[in-house]
Design a binder for this molecule. Structure first.
Ligand code: GGG
Length: 350
């Protein structure tokens, strides 16, 4: 039997709940579609940081390397650990170490889910650069705590990094509608974003069948709200992509629905799948979290593992559950708990 070796990183807050919920569904899919999931759980979190001074052990990356994929819940416990510590101690090093340079985030309305927009017929695939740009971590602070304090955060854009994310996005656009929106802010950021636009034009020359439109990020954000149906594949830098995909989550009904895949198309290490949402400490442990995003992320993982029929089965079951509207969490107007909604999705697969 085909066996896939998965590292589970539940993390903080609602992370463990949504990962348990996703695994309930993925196990149902494995049983139905004849494959096995071998899982290893790593409870690396802000609690690990408080106990050991590190978000993950020194050999954490080596341990993750042994798996086919990583399924991550959420990181962050801002009351106890600075968000910058949790992000730079776990999520960002995994993306960087495994060179997961593509962060792919689909935005569409699941059946039965009402987004806040009048336009319902949108299907946007955001491709976010995931290893450099504004999240490079380069910079520093001097004269801390004085009136002369200075903080510098350097965004690093390399030709290698910009070109490869654009090429990936062009390929995706070619497979879909042939339309690509490339996002920058080259009127204001005259070095990095002018460079982004130049590389985008160069890459575009290799894809004559794809119609690329360049947008400034502010204009693109407005268009996502006013005319989302005019957009298909959107490619953006790390920070712009992070912000735009929270907007994408909002228009698809909330962060509880937004899933993501962190991919290295060249392979060589595990790819990572995660809901876009954070740890939501205010609702942690209460069964209120919507498991749709982690289930959808799990489906993306199955597709990546070659289990395409199972991935489609998971999405179909999730949509059957949201369309029926009876066993959904309070953010979708229901009264079900995280686990009950996941159980309904799993039941629809079985
Ligand atoms: N589900 C993963 C998570 O906890 N994300 C929180 C977050 O702030 N992520 C920032 C990022 O995706 O770069």
């Amino acid at each position: 039997m085909r066996t896939h070796n998965i590292a589970l990183l539940p993390g903080d807050g609602i992370g463990p709940e949504v990962i348990d919920a996703a695994m309930l569904v993925l196990e149902a899919a494995a049983a139905r579609f004849d494959f096995a999931l071998k899982t290893q759980r790593y409870d690396w979190s802000c609690q690990t940081y408080l106990d050991t001074g590190r978000m993950m052990p020194a050999d954490g990356i080596e341990r993750l390397q042994t798996h086919d994929c990583i399924l991550l819940g959420a990181v962050g416990w801002p009351a106890k650990v600075a968000d910058s510590v949790s992000l730079h101690g776990l999520l960002l090093p995994i993306r960087k170490q495994f060179d997961l340079y593509v962060n792919m985030r689909p935005h569409r309305l699941l059946a039965g889910v009402d987004g806040p927009l009048r336009a319902k017929d949108f299907d946007i695939l955001c491709i976010r650069e995931n290893t450099e740009g504004e999240y490079s971590g380069a910079g520093g602070r001097v004269h801390q705590g004085t009136k002369a304090e200075v903080a510098v955060e350097t965004a690093i854009f390399t030709r290698h990094g910009v070109e490869r994310i654009l090429r990936y996005a062009f390929e995706k656009a070619r497979q879909r509608s042939g339309r690509l929106a490339s996002v920058s802010k080259s009127n204001a950021q005259k070095h990095s974003m002018v460079f982004w636009d130049e590389v985008a034009e160069e890459v575009a020359a290799d894809f004559p069948d794809v119609r690329m439109t360049r947008y400034h990020v502010d204009a693109l954000a407005a268009r996502m709200v006013t005319h989302p149906e005019t957009l298909d594949v959107v490619v953006a830098s790390n920070l712009f992509g992070d912000i735009l995909t929270d907007l994408g989550a909002a228009i698809q009904g909330g962060l509880g629905f937004a899933a993501s895949a962190n991919l290295n198309p060249a392979g060589g290490g595990p790819s990572m799948f995660e809901p876009v949402h954070g740890s939501a400490p205010d609702i942690a442990g209460r069964g209120l979290a919507n498991p749709a995003a982690s289930i959808w992320a799990g489906a993306m993982m199955l597709e990546h593992l070659g289990e395409v029929a199972a991935a489609e089965g998971v999405i179909a079951a999730l949509e059957a559950t949201t369309a029926a509207g009876q066993t959904v969490t309070p953010d979708c107007g229901g009264e079900a708990s995280t686990w009950e909604m996941a159980e309904a999705v799993a039941q629809a697969i079985r």
